[in-house]
Ligand binder design. Structure first.
Ligand SMILES: [Zn+2]
Length: 83
């Protein structure tokens, strides 16, 4: 599994079971550039990216919508889908 570390501004880092208090911790989001309260940093073979909760929510929404659109067919316009 990819490494996920949570950085909490002015508090420290949490990676799995390990908690590292560090008052100098900054939680800068790579997605929106904001200095957030906290970011989740996911690292993989191609590097790492830190995202705040608003950007993570945006990612989840984008995944949900993308899956939906492939299921529904890309030619169906929004608003004309009936449940
Ligand atoms: Zn963000």
């Amino acid at each position: 599994m990819a490494g996920i570390e949570v950085r909490v501004a002015r508090q420290g880092n949490v990676a799995g079971d390990s908690l590292t208090p560090d008052p100098a911790t900054e939680a800068r989001c790579d997605g929106c550039g904001a200095a957030a309260d906290a970011v989740a940093r996911a690292s993989g073979p191609e590097g790492a990216v830190s995202l705040c909760s608003a950007c993570l929510r945006g990612c989840l929404e984008a995944i949900t919508i993308a899956r939906y659109r492939f299921r529904a067919g890309v030619s169906i316009p929004w608003g004309k889908v009936t449940g």
